[in-house]
Design a protein around this ligand. Structure first.
Ligand SMILES: [Zn+2]
Length: 279
């Protein structure tokens, strides 16, 4: 894999340029969140792929774009409805269109408002717990994660903080031919969730997988044997991965975990085959 780390300060993620204008934010292991995101400069459009769970990470993502390009992104993609990929939507100007599938929009409406409500209801207690951890010798989380959590609760309890819904809905694959590069946004149907979108750069041989791919994580995550496997329909996810692995792709950006090659896709497929597919 050929990519470079960009000198950008964030307690949440490392910023990598995978090809000119194609960036991935890979969560730092001690940040408290494992979710990844990215952004792409097509020459005339800057597109954000997912917006993190920590609002501070979404703020840093936005700042990275401003630092590099001195302008806001043209639009945002929510790859799927899980809150760790969409909560940061509201850290971007509301005028920026947010793209998802109709199914993702409906699922966000169904679950995320309640999730935000729960975060708010438990905030006081959680803040207290984190503050106690700062003075404790055997805190379950490291200091960076505790501070990130404290910032999280400060953001989500702000009355101005809200869930921003996707408002630009796609059903089938769309291809955006930018001045400098082309991206295919491909809704894959049921797999990890009821609807997942991936972003594929055929010329650069890069694919942003969202949570269709989990890679190189510790044993509590798929696809390790003891890990929980997070997919509503593993056989359908297998078919999606089977189609993707056949393409000429050099870098896969997983929804969680390190930048990967086909090996990680194969590992996920092997795990599904072993555990979910009837022989
Ligand atoms: Zn997910």
């Amino acid at each position: 894999m050929n990519y470079k780390r960009i000198d950008f300060e964030s307690t949440y993620f490392d910023l990598f340029e995978l090809s000119e204008g194609v960036y991935a934010t890979i969560s730092k292991k001690d940040s408290g969140a494992s979710v990844n995101a990215g952004f792409f400069d097509l020459g005339n459009y800057i597109i954000v792929f997912d917006t993190h769970i920590y609002p501070g990470a979404a703020r840093d993502l936005h700042n990275a774009i401003i630092e590099l390009y001195d302008k806001d992104p043209s639009f945002i993609i929510n790859s799927h409805f899980h809150i760790d990929h969409i909560l940061g939507n509201c850290l971007f100007p509301e005028s920026i269109p947010i793209m998802s599938t109709q199914v993702t929009l409906e699922k966000i409406k169904e679950v995320s408002f309640d999730q935000l409500k729960r975060y708010r209801e438990t905030a006081e207690e959680e803040i207290l717990k984190r503050k106690e951890m700062l003075n404790s010798e055997d805190a379950p989380f490291g200091e960076i994660e505790i501070y990130n959590d404290l910032e999280f609760y400060k953001y989500v309890t702000d009355p101005n903080f809200k869930i921003i819904l996707p408002n630009f809905l796609i059903k089938d694959e769309i291809i955006i031919n930018g001045i400098n590069k082309t991206v295919h946004l491909i809704p894959c149907g049921v797999g990890h969730t009821e609807s997942d979108i991936l972003a594929y750069f055929p010329n650069e041989k890069i694919c942003f997988m969202g949570d269709l791919l989990f890679a190189n994580l510790d044993d509590s995550w798929a696809p390790s044997e003891s890990g929980r496997f997070n997919a509503v329909d593993p056989p359908k996810l297998y078919e999606i991965l089977k189609a993707i692995i056949e393409k000429d792709i050099k870098i896969f950006v997983p929804g969680h975990g390190e930048l990967s090659t086909k090996d990680a896709v194969q590992m996920n497929m092997d795990f599904i085959k072993e555990n979910f597919l009837k022989t």
